[in-house]
Design a protein around this ligand. Sequence first.
Ligand code: ADP
Ligand code: ASP
Ligand code: MG
Length: 418
Amino acid sequence: MGIIVQKFGGTSVADPAKIHNVAKAVIKEKQNGNDVVVVVSAMGHTTDYLIKLAKEVTASPNSREMDMLLSTGEQVSIALLSMAIQSQGYKAISMNGQQVGIITESIHSKARIVDIKTEKLQKYIKEGNIIVVAGFQGVTPDGEITTLGRGGSDTSAVAIAAALNADRCDIYTDVEGVYATDPRIVPNIKRADTISYEEMLELARVGANVLHPRSVETAKQFNVPLRVRSSFNLDNLGTLIIGVNDMEIYKPVAGVAADTSQVRILISNLPDIPGTAAELFGALAKNNISVDMIIQSLAVQGKNSIAFTVNADDLDETLKILDAEKDIIKTADVSIDKDIAKISIVGAGMVDRPGIAADMFRSLANKNINIKMISTSEIKISCLVERENSKEAIKALCKEFELEADEIAAVKGDLPNV
Ligand code: ADP
Ligand code: ASP
Ligand code: MG
């Protein structure tokens, strides 16, 4: 008998019938003799709908009010799932982030969890309840509601599993595990039985949205056994995320991903003097804006250019900050490119294996795809390309690195990814 944390995403709880299915999967785990804590996302596309609603009221909604609004989505699904479990004869209780005591930083829309109180969870578990917790939300030490960023329910689940020292954290979704790329782009794609925390973390960071990056970070940090599996095929154990040392690495590339959520900002004719980059990027960091790729050109006649990418959601704020840095930018020109996609290959097996980058570039060149920026880390190579080339690039790279399978992957969600 142990504690199992299960997490069900939006597609899995999209309607009452699916909520009853989830209740069955939860009860099955309880019948196995385990204590169960379930974390759920908002139903279907609720979060997208709420964002759209806010944008119809005002073009730039206040971030505190946005968190107040978005946190309601998960509250609907916890209550309904709890009712469904009760109606099938089991004790259940729903709890929102505040009731559990999921304490986060005081940052709206992308807060990190800093602590999870376990007293109430333990008490309700002892009383024989299945606990249904609202994912994606938390509360600051002074009682303000926060959210963890899109896809953040995965992180809620892993953090709760870590806090309770759970035996397992199972992330149930609409595909049967982690594939070498999004099976909606390449349907005949290989599925991994295991993948290392390191590779999964990089893949999640570069756009494989099957797991929220911070969920993988937390699982790695606290050694939480983490699985991605299908809520529509409970017999398939999906993909287990494990330590890299337990893996036999025989392939250089484990996965390919596209990130279409970024925009590129080019600042040209910048004065080439010490401290310029420090001042600009320091100002962005102070405002919690993450910068991803950066390149700086060689200086010509005392001027150079810096290009960098940020999340499209941070564009308006970034431009405001750059505007406030007029002293530094002076006569520089700022231009924006929104039609970009960052294509990445990830694999622990590429360490010390020369030629992988060249293979990637050649494969893109053969499709006549131009590379605008390149960045690399030990187990990742990313290329910025035109957004319209994104799918073709992914397909070419899956072929190049032999990631295609004979079978078509099962994608059960009837809701397309947004
Ligand atoms: P949930 O609502 O369950 O959290 P998400 O839409 O966040 O579901 O994540 C599941 C989706 O992630 C899949 O439907 C799939 O399209 C997408 N995906 C992207 N990359 C991958 C990958 N490498 N392996 C599996 N799924 C992926
Ligand atoms: N409902 C939130 C979202 O759509 C959180 C999640 O699903 O993980 O991003
Ligand atoms: Mg998700």
